[in-house]
Design a protein around this ligand. Structure first.
Ligand SMILES: Nc1ncnc2c1ncn2[C@@H]1O[C@H](COP(=O)(O)OP(=O)(O)O)[C@@H](O)[C@H]1O
Ligand SMILES: [Mg+2]
Length: 101
């Protein structure tokens, strides 16, 4: 169970993510849909603890993510980058199979 509450991220004076809240149960899927620059990657980075939120909370299995061991989180969550380099490493049939798994 993932619960995101009032997440915010500021980069200097710019607010990249504001007031994002949702919860996700095991087996559920969620799509973050938004235009380029709307804060999708920043949201995922905060959930994966690659960057610190400016405000808000992230809870995994009813426990504050900040109180969980990073290795424990890493064993439960992963973030796949869609950067071009990734697709250059894997040719498209392999890339497709990778995401279908
Ligand atoms: N490391 C950073 N430093 C400063 N601004 C950033 C940084 N990363 C992202 N931003 C800004 O935060 C906003 C959201 O970016 P991002 O989360 O990458 O959006 P998306 O993934 O939806 O395209 C954009 O305005 C972007 O320029
Ligand atoms: Mg992005």
């Amino acid at each position: 169970m993932l619960e995101v509450r009032n997440l915010r991220k500021n980069y200097g004076t710019q607010t990249a993510v504001e007031n994002v809240s949702f919860s996700l149960s095991p087996g559920e899927k969620l799509i973050l849909l938004g235009t380029s620059g709307s804060g999708k990657t920043t949201t995922l980075k905060m959930i994966n603890r690659l960057i610190e939120p400016s405000a808000g909370q992230i809870w995994f299995d009813n426990q504050d993510a900040r109180q969980q061991n990073l290795n424990t989180c890493a064993s439960k969550w992963a973030m796949l980058s869609s950067k071009r380099a990734f697709f250059l490493i894997l040719r498209w049939p392999k890339t497709l199979l990778y995401f279908l798994k």
